[in-house]
Ligand binder design. Structure first.
Ligand code: PCA
Length: 207
């Protein structure tokens, strides 16, 4: 069994992305399950291609699920996302300088896709690990939502057996220490532990 785990590179002038820091601290496997770890560009136009290539590049057995990770500054918990909506609308430029306004991700596509991951189980497992977690009902309208929508849309037609979903993580304290108005944060160590707990729950609950 294999899982694909992805995380975004830093964006918006940050020098780190806590999701990527956690990804880089995961091992090559959890028990007997191989983890394929992929860094994804924070780019509306390029992010989906990176995930597609990672799945297509796997010779033989494909990953049975994809957990995508990203930063949601201002949140105080690890938040598995319930849904991705067919809108790209940015308040800041992505890492290509692109800033879509109220555009569909897939013109004529479905309004939304639900995560196909067991988000309740993921949330419970993170809480049992002693860390704050909550289901989020909006992944926003920036690159994370766009990637989640794009991956679910693509998998539905190309690899319907592969489950996928997204989890946002808070800022790390390194990012918030100098902020004039303090924002919630979680240590990279704890974020990593929470991601591991979510991955274990995913492995146990994948059908
Ligand atoms: N968070 C952004 C994009 C990359 C990331 O880590 C988002 O929530 O859309």
């Amino acid at each position: 069994m294999k899982l694909l785990v992805t995380a975004f590179e830093p964006f918006g002038g940050e020098t780190l992305n806590p999701a990527l820091e956690a990804l880089n601290r995961l091992g090559d496997s959890i028990d007997t399950v191989k983890l394929i770890r992929v860094e994804v560009p924070t780019s509306f136009k390029r992010a989906l291609g990176a995930v597609k290539r990672a799945i297509e590049a796997e010779a033989g057995e494909k990953p049975c699920a994809v957990l995508m990770l990203g930063q949601a500054g201002g949140r105080s918990a690890l938040t598995p996302e319930r849904v991705a909506i067919n809108i790209a609308s940015a308040r800041i430029p992505d890492n290509d300088g692109f800033m879509p306004f109220e555009e569909p991700i897939v013109p004529g596509g479905p309004a939304a896709y639900f995560s196909t991951l067991p988000i309740v189980k993921l949330t419970e497992a993170i809480r049992e690990a002693g860390l704050p977690a909550a289901i989020s009902n909006s992944a926003g309208t920036f690159v994370c939502n766009s990637l989640m929508y794009g991956v679910l849309h693509w998998l539905e037609s190309e690899h319907p057996a592969i489950k996928a979903g997204f989890m946002h993580v808070p800022y790390a304290p390194e990012q918030t220490a100098a902020m004039a108005s303090p924002q919630p944060s979680m240590s990279i160590q704890d974020i990593t532990r929470g991601v591991e707990a979510a991955l274990r729950a995913l492995i146990m609950n994948i059908k």
